[in-house]
Write a protein that binds this ligand. Structure first.
Ligand SMILES: Cc1ncc(C[n+]2csc(CCOP(=O)(O)OP(=O)(O)O)c2C)c(N)n1
Length: 242
């Protein structure tokens, strides 16, 4: 067996549901921290949401912020300790709903931080309510007959941020195949390398599965990303000033 457990990932069982994308992204994050040799130097800010317990799984310094406030906490950490590599890891409820304002202003200040945005098109932790990223027609516990435009349209965060002058790098990736997981890792690594090179605000959105809230099997959840979600949220690089 050629299995190498990342030093930056604790060897414990996680509490994520079968087929959830958080475990994959946690592992990619830990592998990258090892590869860039920044384990002693990174501070991650965990969100309110399913990934609130990131600090149980990542074996590096992690703190916690109030719902939606990781970009503000990350700003403070980075400004006080500019030599640290500071990242946030946030879901769509955390980042695009309650934390939308924090995000826009942090991006607009061009803070030299890295944001990992996990878009699973719902509020996973609290039982699958509608998020700003929920697709039109998608059934959630608060849109039981499907989201309509009365609830607004899906908010496309990468497109929104690409209008902000101070932003350095934005990419949207997905977890729906091994090829896309590899691309996700590449984007996450670049976003962290940008911070090391002091290139500025870097943002990676990752389309991720939530089989429990979607009431789909893990396999059908992957197909849902492939056939529906990525049609709405187009993958690719939205900004790269470098
Ligand atoms: C101020 C505040 N409002 C509401 C909540 C309840 N709450 C906990 S997690 C969550 C949604 C998280 O969804 P998301 O950010 O999409 O992450 P996911 O769980 O899907 O990974 C909400 C509304 C809270 N903890 N604090």
């Amino acid at each position: 067996m050629n299995y190498k457990h990342p030093k930056s990932l604790k060897n414990v069982k996680n509490t994520y549901c079968p087929g959830c994308g958080h475990g994959i992204i946690h592992r990619l994050f830990a592998e990258i921290v090892d590869e860039l040799d920044i384990r002693e130097n990174i501070i991650a800010v965990a969100p309110v949401g399913c990934a609130v317990f990131g600090y149980f799984y990542w074996d590096f310094d992690t703190t916690e912020a109030a719902h939606g406030r990781p970009p503000a906490v990350a700003t403070a950490l980075k400004r006080v300790m500019p030599d640290k590599i500071v990242t946030t890891y946030q879901g769509d409820g955390d980042l695009a709903a309650i934390g939308g304002n924090e995000l826009l202003h942090t991006a607009n200040r061009g803070e030299n931080i890295t944001i990992f945005f996990v878009n699973n098109s719902c509020y996973g932790m609290t039982g699958g309510q509608m998020a700003p990223t929920t697709l039109l027609g998608q059934k959630t516990t608060t849109t039981s007959t499907g989201r309509t435009t009365l609830d607004g349209y899906p908010i496309k965060v990468c497109e929104l941020l690409s209008a902000i002058q101070a932003v350095a790098y934005i990419e949207r990736t997905s977890l729906h195949s091994p090829e896309h997981i590899i691309k996700t890792k590449k984007a996450m690594k670049k976003a962290l390398q940008n911070q090391i090179d002091e290139k500025g605000f870097s943002f990676v959105e990752i389309l991720s599965m939530c089989p429990t809230a979607w009431k789909e099997s893990p396999i059908n959840s992957i197909k849902k990303i492939e056939n529906e979600i990525q049609q709405e949220f187009k993958l690719g690089i939205y900004k790269d000033i470098l």
